[in-house]
Design a protein around this ligand. Sequence first.
Ligand code: HEC
Length: 153
Amino acid sequence: MRSIPVLALTFSLAALPALAQDARQIERMIEGRHGLMTLMAYELGKLGGMAKEEAPYDAEVAGDAASNLSALASVLSPELFPEGSGVDEAEDSEALPAIWEKPDDFAMKITQLEEATAQMQAAAGTDLAGLQGAMRDLGSACGSCHETYRQKD
Ligand code: HEC
């Protein structure tokens, strides 16, 4: 007798409309990538402030920010951009259709970001000149992806 409620539960879960599940999953992915981007912007802001000499250079703070950024970039993946989560399809999305039209190029932009964060990680804790040098590639790794794949405000 004890197995009957379990079976009933299994059937009712299976009967959940697939569409509602997809919509919930899409919402989660959009929230997740927004959180990830926000954290990347936060870490980049620390490095940018030092690069522009608006904040005093601190090797430890810079090294930590660069490590965090590198870890965050390693989480960025095309999986966070499921079909149906584009700007015309989902609320709160600024993801342009080009993401799904040029998936190889989009994936390459992610690789470029990972490379730029690795460079920054090697340079940030060394000295200010190193940080400033690595900032150019890193800034353009964010910017060049946004240019093509993110809706402008
Ligand atoms: C591979 C492409 C790509 C790279 C690289 C990338 N972004 Fe993004 N970013 C996007 C896309 C696409 C969106 C829009 C996502 C959405 O609205 O669902 C976005 C959105 C954002 C947002 C807005 C988040 C929100 O809550 O609406 C911020 C902030 C951001 N990115 C910062 C950064 C920073 C900083 C970097 C570099 C360290 C970076 N991004 C690198 C593609 C990228």
